[in-house]
Design a protein. Structure first.
Length: 210
């Protein structure tokens, strides 16, 4: 197992339970783990790659997490290596310790409402840590979005329930740190090097008979 590289907020077990109404997570992490997991829901706007791909990578992530930012280049390279056999699905998991992560997640979904989810998603990670409200609205303008409609969507918290649903689904599957990935049924935690992700994808393809 790779040596852990973890940015973490250590919380006593009782406090974690007390915070579970809002959040049950503790870390932005660079460590590794693996276990079986249930199937997950998919928002089509937050997915890319063939819907019938034999391998799906679900990513629980936080726009303010530096390890999540580090993982993006690896994921983009994986997409280039496995364009026809891997589907990528983003799942929101804004950490309580990152005050701008939830607004950023809301903003990305508001961009998705105008058909520009992935462009905005990528821009947020490039722009990290500049995720204030003014920055979020500025990024929408940079992408040519309808700024008044975007701002109304952001300020209304229109997609808050959807984000909380992602968080609940992740917690039920054992997500406690970001980024956490499920490559089909295998849990992978942390910003791993490309060869380790590649090996995990190849193993998943073998398991799928491909």
């Amino acid at each position: 197992m790779a040596r852990a590289r973890v940015y973490t907020l250590r919380v006593a077990a009782g406090l974690v339970v007390a915070l579970a109404v809002w959040a049950g997570w503790t870390a932005c992490a660079g460590s590794v783990a693996a276990q079986d997991a249930p199937r997950f829901t998919t928002d089509p706007a937050m997915a890319k790659g063939p819907a019938a791909a034999p391998v799906t990578i679900f990513e629980w992530s936080d726009y303010e997490c530096p390890f999540c930012q580090r993982a993006q280049e690896v994921l983009q390279r994986l997409q280039g290596e496995f364009p026809d056999t891997v589907r990528f699905v983003f799942k929101d998991f804004p950490l309580r310790s990152h005050p701008n992560a939830l607004p950023a997640a809301l903003a990305a979904r508001c961009a998705g409402a105008q058909g520009r989810y992935w462009e905005y998603h990528d821009l947020l990670f490039v722009a990290q840590p500049d995720l204030s409200r003014d920055h979020l609205i500025g990024y929408a303008r940079r992408l040519g979005l309808d700024a008044p409609a975007f701002t109304e969507c952001l300020d209304s918290g229109r997609f808050r329930d959807a984000i909380l649903a992602d968080q609940r689904e992740g917690r039920e599957a054992g997500v406690r740190a970001t980024p956490t990935f499920f490559i089909n049924q295998r849990k992978i935690e942390g910003a791993l090097p490309l060869p380790e992700f590649r090996d995990a994808v190849k193993q998943a393809l073998r398991d799928a008979g491909r």
